[in-house]
Ligand binder design. Structure first.
Ligand code: URA
Length: 336
């Protein structure tokens, strides 16, 4: 089937559609040996030889959803310009696969990878409040007032960070905490705990919505079950539990809409404003597109065809996920 090249490149994970246009404009795309720059050009990926920077591209033929127990020391990216080990080296070579969200290089634990951009967009967007559960080893033991502050929220570098739920799992000189959040902001757990005087020395994500890393040693992965994929798409906010968890705080009522012309009136999203201007429609986040997950960090060529080697998992007709699935082994006690 003939398809626009931009679409093929986006499906192959080379870039977003807009990024693919740029890649084409730069003269980096060849179809059957001919450089193609025209944006309307089409190709049939099943019969044509489509290359980016000279490397043949492949498009995924089915959506793939993996959960990896990311070990400490690997970088959450498709390609690290500094040449460090990335999470992609731990999972099969699947066209268009990318990590959903990010774990710091020193953080271990649950990381989802997929080639389904719409799924990634849905589950990583804070609006859907998919709960992320972390185990954090912190210096000293937080007292009840500190736990309450975490629940109330803390302002860090102008950003409000808040825990939905915090439990003390172990307490000695230091403590292991279980922290549940739902946003996925950069270094969120470390910044939050540091801000209340309990810097994190170890961090592990143990659950993301209904998915857990139980049974996966660091470095191991498995495919998500259809129930887990469905559960992630239907995830609801974490319950605000009693005790050590965040107390229910009444939300401030939303300001009542004011009539047009009145002081403070703001047109509804999409509605014509004063002078006939249209207010910006609400979007999940600036620049978000269904085919452009915001988590992608590298672009052209990242999922290009690899040279075949013995045991190559990317051979056509062979499920790349089959042979590499690790045996499920019981998890070591993480705190020893
Ligand atoms: N919060 C952090 O501080 N680091 C992570 O890797 C994930 C959440």
């Amino acid at each position: 089937m003939q398809e626009r090249l931009q679409k093929i490149l986006a499906r192959a994970g080379v870039a977003s559609r807009r990024g693919a246009e740029q890649v084409m404009a730069e003269g980096r795309v060849m179809v059957n040996g001919v450089t193609v720059r025209e944006l309307g050009s089409k190709a049939d990926i099943t019969t044509d030889d489509v290359r980016v920077d000279g490397v043949r591209i492949r498009v995924p033929d089915r959506p793939v959803y993996l959960v990896l127990n990311k070990p400490k020391g690997t970088v959450t990216t498709r390609h690290d310009p500094e040449g460090r080990a990335t999470v992609m080296g731990l999972v099969p070579s699947v066209a268009g696969l990318f990590p959903v969200g990010r774990l710091d290089v020193t953080t271990e634990g649950l990381l989802i990878l997929t080639n389904d951009g719409a799924f990634a967009e849905r589950v990583s967007h804070p609006r859907y409040e998919v709960p992320r559960v972390y185990e954090a080893k912190v210096h000293r033991v937080p007292d009840a007032e500190t736990l309450a502050r975490l629940h109330r929220g803390v302002r860090v570098e102008g950003e409000r960070l808040v825990a939905d739920r915090v439990r003390v799992l172990e307490a000695g000189n230091n403590a292991w905490l279980e922290v549940t959040l739902h946003e996925g902001k950069r270094h969120e757990v470390k910044r939050l705990l540091e801000a209340v005087g309990h810097p994190v020395s170890k961090l592990r994500r143990v659950a993301f919505g209904p998915v857990t890393i139980r049974g996966l040693e660091p470095g191991q992965f498995r495919e998500l079950s259809p129930q887990e994929v469905k559960g992630l798409l239907e995830a609801r906010p974490a319950p605000r539990a009693e005790g050590l968890s965040r107390p229910a705080i009444p939300r401030r009522p939303r300001p009542r809409p004011r009539p047009p012309g009145a002081k403070g009136h703001r047109p509804a999203p999409g509605a014509p404003g004063p002078e006939g201007k249209t207010a910006h429609p609400r979007r999940p986040h600036a620049g978000a597109r269904r085919d452009q997950p915001r988590t992608r960090t590298d672009q052209a060529g990242a999922r290009a065809e690899l040279p075949r080697t013995r045991g190559d998992r990317s051979r056509p007709g062979r499920d790349p996920l089959g042979p590499r699935r690790p045996p499920a082994r019981p998890r070591r006690n993480p705190r020893h």
